[in-house]
Design a protein. Structure first.
Length: 146
């Protein structure tokens, strides 16, 4: 399920307005139409992919709701590259029973599969952005005092 989207995989997803997807290639989306579009966009970035292994970290289910957290390893060819590139993801998937079948209602995946330094979560701001922010703050201060 990492990158490769086929019609049988799409059938695993709920068609509800509340279905959500947060993949590593873009912001979160909501509703089956947007989820399907983003699944197809993600799939179009890779070819000849193959899953390598999965490691289940945790899973749980109740009568009508369940989740799993896993690490996923795969490889694929990206863009015009001819060599296979490894991909590893940390993924959480939430399932809901709909008309007797388990359907995916949420999936979040990101490339964090190893310990990261705290600095890795700090959003980087470019010098240009810093200058624009500094100028806006300076102007706002002059407007209050002027």
């Amino acid at each position: 399920m990492i990158i490769f989207v086929s019609e049988p995989q799409k059938r695993l997803w709920s068609r509800g307005d509340d279905v959500t997807l947060a993949n590593p290639l873009g912001p979160p989306v909501r509703g089956w139409g947007q989820v399907e579009e983003h699944l197809e966009q993600a799939a179009s970035t890779a070819r000849e992919g193959e899953p390598l292994r999965y490691e289940s970290i945790s899973e749980y289910s109740t009568g009508d709701l369940g989740y799993n957290l896993e690490l996923e390893w795969t490889r694929a060819k990206f863009g015009g590259a001819e060599e296979m590139t490894p991909v590893s993801l940390r993924a959480t998937t939430i399932f809901r029973r709909e008309e007797g079948e388990w359907k995916i209602v949420h999936r979040h995946a990101d490339p964090i599969t190893t310990t990261q330094p705290a600095e890795s979560i700090i959003q980087q701001i470019t010098l240009s952005m810093y200058r624009q922010l500094d100028e806006a703050i300076r102007r706002a201060g002059m407007a209050r005092h002027g």
